[in-house]
Design a protein around this ligand. Structure first.
Ligand SMILES: Cc1ncc(COP(=O)(O)O)c(C=O)c1O
Length: 394
């Protein structure tokens, strides 16, 4: 193994040296070392990618599609994605307003790089997907967190207005619906009250709707349908089509903004993996979407209901789990609010892996996230282990 020249060890960007990029993945890897663990810490579909989507990738490879493709995705992918969004959520996108990225992960980073100037701030309702805050600080911005733990884990119009008034340097507001880690979903009227405030300010609205197809009790409403002129919409195939490893996300935005983000995107990746683009085009393709995603959604809903019954039985407090595949519940007061310690104890005594709420920022202390993207057998067993742990503590 190469021994680095010692003087080079600490010369890198201090942000890089002080940042752990993925606490969730690190904790999940820690859990994997525990024998017999049921790991419900990671947010990743357990389904295989649907057959017709895999065939599209195979066909692309066999057709020798081995040259650099368009930086923003093929016209077919962008047309299909636009049609999918317009049909499902009532948006009015054209293919020229869509850009494919290497997952929404890249979309987040490229967007902040493109839009932020030094001193700009981004409002992030917390608890939240951790990559947002890192993306902001790495690109010279400041994070303004609004803790939503006392407002049902949703940003309210009042809190939004106060934050925008108090921090005039806010340039973008992030809304994630359905939410990670909470699984909560904003209703149309809740979004309308936010839109009424947002319209009055010169701010971008970054709407991460990667879980849009996984809304159970209601219908998904897209901010991009309500406030298209300010919205940068993120969507993708990772979660709703069980394609995390294909690494394709989608940005939809007014073309001038899409193109500005596209400059950064080209600098980072130049072009996208062709086979993944072909597979994503199929996933978003006309007629291909409904049966596949509806089947997975029905299965997730069944698993959610099984676990909700267990939480009810244990009288545990939880956020309204209306979407995505997460259940977000509060540990009993008697256990304190050191959720990292609690999650480790649960993992070692019951072999049940859940994600500590603090990994998702302010408002997460004392909470735990269950990902129910796991087999029914694992969900049933997880229920038993929750009963064994929390049932005896009361
Ligand atoms: C809210 C949210 N946004 C974005 C991502 C990243 O998705 P992708 O696989 O497209 O990079 C995730 C993944 O967990 C997520 O939960």
């Amino acid at each position: 193994m190469i021994q680095v020249k010692p003087s080079l060890v600490t010369q890198a960007n201090p942000l890089v040296q002080g940042t752990s990029t993925n606490a969730i993945l690190a904790f999940s890897n820690e859990l994997k070392t525990i024998a017999g663990i049921i790991n419900l810490a990671i947010g990743e579909p357990d389904f295989n990618t649907p057959e017709h989507i895999k065939q599209a990738a195979i066909h692309d490879v066999l057709a020798n599609d081995s040259h650099y493709g368009p930086y923003d995705g093929t016209v077919t992918l962008r047309e299909n994605a636009a049609r999918f969004l317009n049909k499902h959520y009532g948006t009015q996108y054209e293919a020229s307003e869509i850009m494919a990225t290497v997952g929404v992960t890249e979309a987040i980073y490229a967007t902040f790089k493109a839009l932020l100037n030094p001193g700009d701030a981004v409002l992030i309702p917390t608890p939240n997907f951790p990559q947002y805050g890192i993306g902001v600080t790495f690109n010279g911005g400041q994070v303004v967190n609004v803790d939503t733990s006392t407002t049902g884990f949703k940003l309210t119009a009042t809190d939004l207005e106060v934050a925008l008034q108090t921090h005039p340097q806010i340039k973008a507001v992030i809304i994630t619906s359905p939410g990670n880690p909470t699984g909560v979903v904003y209703t149309e009227s809740e979004l309308q009250t936010l839109v009424a405030v947002l319209r009055a300010y010169d701010v971008y609205v970054i709407s991460d709707e990667i879980y849009s197809e996984l809304v159970y009790d209601n219908r998904h409403v897209s901010l991009a349908a309500l406030l298209p002129e300010q919205t940068i919409l993120f969507n993708g195939v990772s979660k709703t089509h069980a394609m995390t490893g294909y690494r394709i996300g989608i940005i939809a935005a007014p073309q001038v903004i899409r193109d500005q983000i596209g400059v950064v995107h080209q600098l980072i990746v130049a072009a996208l993996p062709n086979a993944s683009v072909a597979a994503a085009a199929e996933a978003f393709g006309a007629g291909a979407d409904d049966a596949v995603t509806t089947g997975m959604k029905a299965e997730y809903q069944k698993r959610r209901d099984m676990l909700v019954a267990v939480l009810d039985e244990l009288h545990l407090v939880y956020a309204q789990p209306a979407g995505a595949f997460y259940l977000w519940f509060k540990a009993p007061e008697s256990l304190g609010d050191d959720d990292w310690q609690l999650a480790r104890d649960l993992a070692h005594t019951q072999q049940l892996g859940l994600m500590p709420g603090s990994a998702f920022g302010d408002g997460g202390a004392g909470w735990l996230r269950i990902s129910y993207a796991a087999s029914t057998a694992d969900i049933l067993e997880a229920g038993q282990r929750l009963r064994a742990y929390f049932g005896t503590l009361k």
